[in-house]
Design a protein around this ligand. Structure first.
Ligand code: PMP
Length: 326
């Protein structure tokens, strides 16, 4: 779908996958007006296909567009575009457990010109790719590096938007994490470098206590982290299961101390790609610790299985999150 100043959205098309021709003065290449989303279509137990909360992705896409000075795509157009592609690619939606068809809606400036201003032309597209199981050999906890040198987002910045620049800025920190022998980077706040924000491409949740009385803690949405749809879904599921839920501030020292005295029992990351990933090891320039016994905890496992069962139609969908694509 194209957008042109004065004309709005027009020329929706379903086309075979093919390269785009890009003008060297395409404004996106220089000024990075680019936003995207990620969501999945899952094969249901009865053979039908459904996407998970596409309306929520559509709304986050609108928020990203506003932050980047881009036009907002109507929610129905976003969802309809995803539906069209899934219908076309139906045979590529796997039926194996934990596999899916990943959808990547995105929008960028398509105007040609030099000069920093919001573009007058944009292109919205959706592409798809089958996604295998994130943990083909069983769920394995990840190790994380607390980045004190690099920051993902500052107050007033673009942290809440899903825009390419946020990911470009994260690559060097991800490389640093790898040099430290860690799988993922964990971002801290820009001002004090001690409040936990999120992981590379996932939000973080902490479990306080254990058993039915446990509480799920997660950093509050202050504008510098991405409001994950998996995060939002898991907070609702945790409440459905009877757990407490708190959106709060968690410091690196609070994490280390809570882990040492046993009040914080489990930590996991959540996002569309892996759904839930337990965190097993933590490392910073000053400290290093193992989360609990380093193995996936029982609350983490229960939340993971509950959400996966909902996404494949094996468990009820009390919130009406599954969007059937007929
Ligand atoms: N934070 C970041 C930086 C991400 O890229 C993602 C993945 N979109 C998330 C969190 C998790 O968001 P979601 O649950 O919507 O996939």
């Amino acid at each position: 779908v194209k957008w042109t100043e004065g004309r709005g959205w027009h020329d929706a098309q379903l086309q075979p996958y093919a390269p785009l021709q890009i003008d060297p003065a395409n404004m996106t290449l220089h000024y990075a007006q680019t936003i995207f989303e990620g969501l999945k279509a899952y094969r249901q137990r009865d053979g039908s296909v459904a996407t998970f909360r596409p309306d929520a992705n559509a709304r986050r896409f609108q928020n990203s567009a506003r932050r980047l000075g881009m036009p907002t795509l109507p929610e129905e157009t976003f969802v309809e575009a995803c539906d069209l592609l899934v219908r076309q690619d139906r045979k590529w939606v796997p039926s194996e457990p934990e596999q899916s068809l990943y959808l990547r809606p995105f929008m960028f400036a398509s105007e040609v010109g030099l000069g920093v201003k919001p573009a007058n032309e944009y292109l919205f597209m959706v592409i798809a790719s089958p996604a295998g199981a994130y943990f083909p050999r069983g769920v394995k906890p990840v190790s994380v590096w607390l980045s004190e040198e690099y920051v993902r987002a500052a107050p007033g910045g673009m942290g809440e938007a899903k825009t390419g620049g946020n990911y470009a800025g994260s690559l060097v920190a991800q490389a640093e994490a790898a040099e430290q022998g860690c799988d993922q980077v964990v971002w801290l706040d820009a001002l004090e470098r001690r409040w936990i924000e999120e992981m590379g491409g996932m939000n973080l949740c902490f479990v306080r206590g254990s058993g039915p009385g446990a509480t799920i803690l997660t950093p509050e949405l202050t504008g510098t982290l991405l409001p994950g749809i998996t995060r939002d879904s898991l907070l609702a599921i945790a409440q459905d299961l009877g757990y407490g839920v708190e959106e709060t501030r968690i410091s690196t020292d609070g994490w280390r101390e809570g882990n040492a005295d046993g009040t914080l029992t489990e930590v996991f990351a959540c996002g569309t790609a892996a759904v839930i990933t337990p965190v097993g090891q933590v490392k910073s320039a000053r400290a290093e610790w193992t989360v609990g016994d380093g193995q996936p905890g029982s609350v983490t496992t229960q939340l993971r299985e509950t959400l996966l069962a909902l996404q494949t139609g094996e468990a009820p969908d009390p919130h009406g999150w599954m969007h059937p694509v007929s």
